[in-house]
Design a protein. Sequence first.
Length: 107
Amino acid sequence: MMIPSAVTIGVLFFSQKYDQTILTIDGIPRYILSGVLAIIIVINFASLFNLKFSLIYVALVLGSLLLFEYFKLEEIMYSELRFLVPGVISYIIWRFHGRRILLEQKK
């Protein structure tokens, strides 16, 4: 999750600094890219933990991003908040569930 977040924040930073849109993905390619990213994340976490944890993780993280987009919350709140919420959700999931799975696998 760190690499896509870093790229997104980098694009936002440069677009605000230079007052130009650097990268825009609209329409069907946006959803294809999101689907491919979701599949990659599920495979990555399924290899480390278990499939149930990885599906919950992807649903919560990408679901929060979709909620921000669907309800147009970036117009009401800060647009950077939509990238902070998945990070907080990731930390909470890891803190309460991910560490326990890893400790059980070591036994």
